[in-house]
Each structure stands twice: as structure tokens, then as C-alpha cells.
Design a protein around this ligand. Structure first.
Ligand code: NAD
Ligand code: IPM
Ligand code: MN
Length: 370
């Protein structure tokens, strides 16, 4: 198979982990006989420094003509005081909108090898496996007006939470379709006791549910959901929610894997290239120290293999290699037990890559004797 992949490393640890996804994909190409071509584009703070904009037009064109996009992370203290429209994060929001990436799928699974690093008790997290389906191109992030203003002679400010009913319907429908392939349960999270948008969200979920008689629908208020995620994560199968609630709840859910550095995501479009990104940010506090966990980024590449290219065996090979390396005891500082030795970002990437290639060598030997 031949595929073109746009790589947008971005800022901070984004630059350190994006290379990891590329080298793992190169190993997959080598092992399974695929030709992946990588073309690099700029986004975020680096693009502001070089070109004066967080999302250059050529990056948008590159993404649109590629088969899939890999993104590291954007942002950092250097750009924090810029006006909103010039911030690195604006580049990320705009590429999501330009590519029509309306759904962000964030799987959260229990890992035996990192369980002891979670602050949650083993019996609470063991076997937890959920998928957060986050709406990605609407809600408070994109509503107009969003501006500083004046009211009664005073400084004031407004952000707008806006959704078209069709935008609510398509994300909830996708959640039901995904639940059909999983444990057939959708938890729709909202704030329907306060927000009109949430009441429409809830009504829409009820309407969509009629088309999926095998899937159980429950509604949960977001404040309760934040608590239940920690108290009883195994309660959840597919959790669907609007943009900002999904952003917050998925960082919270990462705690059951032991680290934010473990969680991948796929940002899905209805009509073009999908984008794959870890859920974490540019982590300025650990930038440049070779200690960032590359697993979230590498597992995002596995999601790309499965979702964009239909390469199930290859995706599983990446996931298995990650698990094998973690089980062998090689861990970055965020997932290592206190006092245990750690490996650096680059070493972790090399080990995962070598495991992918070694597993093939072992398979070849076994085939010789079978
Ligand atoms: P963050 O996700 O960058 O970091 C939060 C905490 O998690 C930090 O302590 C960090 O060291 C740790 N962490 C994150 N990823 C890790 C990894 N792979 N390995 C080990 N530890 C990891 O969030 P923040 O500090 O609130 O934000 C920093 C910048 O990143 C901000 O500018 C923010 O806007 C941006 N951001 C970007 C994205 C993105 O590009 N998708 C996502 C979130 C935040
Ligand atoms: C994420 C990030 C982004 C978001 C920011 C950087 C715009 O937190 O991808 O989760 O809020 O969507
Ligand atoms: Mn976030």
C-alpha cells in the first residue's frame, strides 16, 4: 500500500514525540511492505515565529492533499501573551475546522503494565475500557461572538455556545454506531439542568437512540460524570459529549492509565483526511529533557493505520509492541514507579520500533519450522 502522510510536529514535546510516530510507521512499512511518504508542515508557535501565522496556507493545502495527518502538539509560554487570533492553539482549531474534523475519538484503556502508577486503586481500574467521543468543531470553541465588550459602561466579555441541531445529531449518531461495535452502551453527558443547548442535545440523543434498539442510552450530568469517571470508570463504554466537556473529561479519564502521555486520539472528518493526535499538549515543563512519553503519539499512529488505511494487523502490531515494551519494564518517568529506573523518549521509541521489527524476525523463524 502507498500512502502520503502530513506530519505537523508543532511545539514543545510535540516535536519530540512526532518523530517517534514516524519511525514506528517506517518500521511497519518495512515489516509489512507498505510505502509511507511523510511530508512535514508547520503549525502553532513555530509557524508564528517563522511565518507570522499559527496555520500557514501551505500547511492547510498539504493536509488536504494527504491521505492522513499526524499532529504532535502546539503552544507554550512564549506565545501565551499574543492576542487570541494569533495564538498557537488557534492554528489547531483552524485545521480541525478546515478539515471538517467533527469527531474526536479518545479511547481510554486499562494497561496492566502502568496500573501501579495510577492513583486509583487496581480493583477500580482493572479492565476499564471506554471511548470518549468528543464533538470537535462546535460549541464554545467556535461560537460567535467571542470577544471583549462593554456593558453598562463596564468591561465585559462574551463567549458563545452554539450548535446546529445537525452537528449534534451527527456526533451522537457516530457514538451509537461505535457503541454497536463495542459493549452497546452510550452515556450522553450534558448539563441539561442548566443549559438550553444541553436540553436539545438530550432530546437529540433520544431521537437517535430510536435507530439503535440494541444500544442502551443513558444521560448523565457533566458534574456527576466527572465524579463517576474516577469512582467507577468501568461503568462507561461510549461517552459522547460536546466539545469542552469532552476536552476536560478525557484529560481526567487519562488518570486511569497512569498518565496523560498514554492517550491517543483520532479526529475524524466526514469527507477527507483524518488527523491523529495525542490528547496531551506541548508540556513546556518537560520540554527538551528527553523524558516525554511517546506512547500517546505512537498509539495515535496505530489508530491511523486502522481507521484511515484499514490496516488492522499493522495497527495491532504497533499496539502489541507498545504493550510488550511496557511489560518488559521500560517506562518513561511519568509511568515508572517511584525509585524504578526509567528510559528516555528516544530510547522508548527505539525499543518499540525494534520490537515491531524483532517480532517479524521471530515470526519468520517460526514460519520456517511450520
Ligand atoms: P499538557 O498536556 O501539555 O501537560 C499537562 C501535564 O501533563 C504536564 O505536567 C506535562 O508534563 C504532562 N504531560 C503531558 N504530556 C506528557 C507526555 N507525553 N509524557 C509525560 N508527561 C506529559 O497541558 P498544559 O501544560 O496545560 O498545556 C501546555 C501547552 O500545551 C498549552 O499551550 C496548551 O494550550 C497546549 N495544549 C496543546 C494541545 C494540543 O496541541 N493538542 C493539547 C493540550 C494542551
Ligand atoms: C486538546 C487541546 C486543545 C483543545 C487546545 C490546545 C485548543 O486541549 O486537543 O485537547 O482544547 O481542543
Ligand atoms: Mn485538551
Amino acid at each position: 500500500m502507498k500512502k502520503t502522510i502530513a506530519v505537523l510536529p508543532g511545539d514543545g514535546i510535540g516535536k519530540e514525540v512526532a518523530g517517534g510516530a514516524v519511525s514506528v510507521l517506517q518500521a511497519i512499512g518495512e515489516r509489512f511492505g507498505h510505502q509511507f511518504t511523510f511530508t512535514y508542515g508547520s503549525i502553532g508557535g513555530g509557524a508564528i515565529d517563522a511565518l507570522g501565522t499559527p496555520l500557514p496556507e501551505e500547511t492547510i493545502e498539504l493536509c488536504k492533499k494527504s491521505d492522513a495527518v499526524l499532529l504532535g502538539a502546539v503552544g507554550g509560554p512564549k506565545w501565551e501573551t499574543l492576542p487570541g487570533h494569533l495564538r498557537p492553539e488557534k492554528g489547531l482549531l483552524r485545521i480541525r475546522k478546515e478539515l471538517n474534523l467533527y469527531a474526536n475519538l479518545r479511547p481510554v484503556s486499562y494497561y496492566a503494565a502502568t496500573a501501579e502508577n495510577s492513583p486509583l486503586r487496581p480493583e477500580v481500574i482493572e479492565g476499564a475500557d471506554m471511548l470518549v467521543v468528543r464533538e470537535l468543531t462546535g460549541g464554545l470553541y467556535f461560537g460567535k461572538p467571542s470577544e471583549r465588550t462593554k456593558t453598562d459602561g463596564e468591561d465585559a466579555v462574551v463567549d458563545t455556545l452554539f450548535y446546529k441541531k445537525s452537528e449534534i445529531e451527527r456526533i451522537i449518531r457516530l457514538a451509537f454506531e461505535l457503541a454497536e461495535q463495542r459493549s452497546k452502551k452510550v452515556t450522553s453527558v450534558d448539563k441539561a439542568n442548566v443549559l438550553e443547548s444541553s436540553r436539545v442535545w438530550r432530546e437529540t440523543a433520544e431521537e437517535v437512540a430510536k435507530d439503535f434498539p440494541e444500544v442502551k442510552l443513558e444521560h448523565m450530568l457533566v458534574d456527576n460524570a466527572a465524579m463517576q469517571l474516577i469512582k467507577n470508570p468501568k461503568h462507561f463504554d461510549v461517552l459522547v459529549t460536546e466539545n469542552m466537556f469532552g476536552d476536560i473529561l478525557s484529560d481526567e479519564a487519562s488518570v486511569l492509565t497512569g498518565s496523560l502521555g498514554m492517550l491517543p486520539s483520532a479526529s475524524i472528518s466526514s469527507d477527507g483526511a483524518h488527523l491523529y493526535e495525542p490528547i496531551h499538549g506541548s508540556a513546556p515543563d518537560i520540554e527538551g529533557k528527553n523524558i516525554a512519553n511517546p506512547v500517546a503519539m505512537i498509539l495515535s499512529a496505530a489508530m491511523m493505520l486502522r481507521t484511515s488505511f484499514g490496516l488492522e494487523e499493522e495497527a495491532t502490531a504497533v499496539e502489541k509492541a507498545v504493550e510488550q515494551v511496557l511489560e518488559s519494564g521500560s517506562k518513561t518517568a511519568d509511568i515508572a514507579k517511584k525509585g524504578q529506573p526509567t528510559v528516555g523518549t528516544a530510547e522508548m521509541i527505539e525499543e518499540i520500533k525494534a520490537t515491531i521489527l524483532d517480532n517479524q524476525a521471530i515470526l519468520n523463524i517460526m514460519n520456517c519450522y511450520s
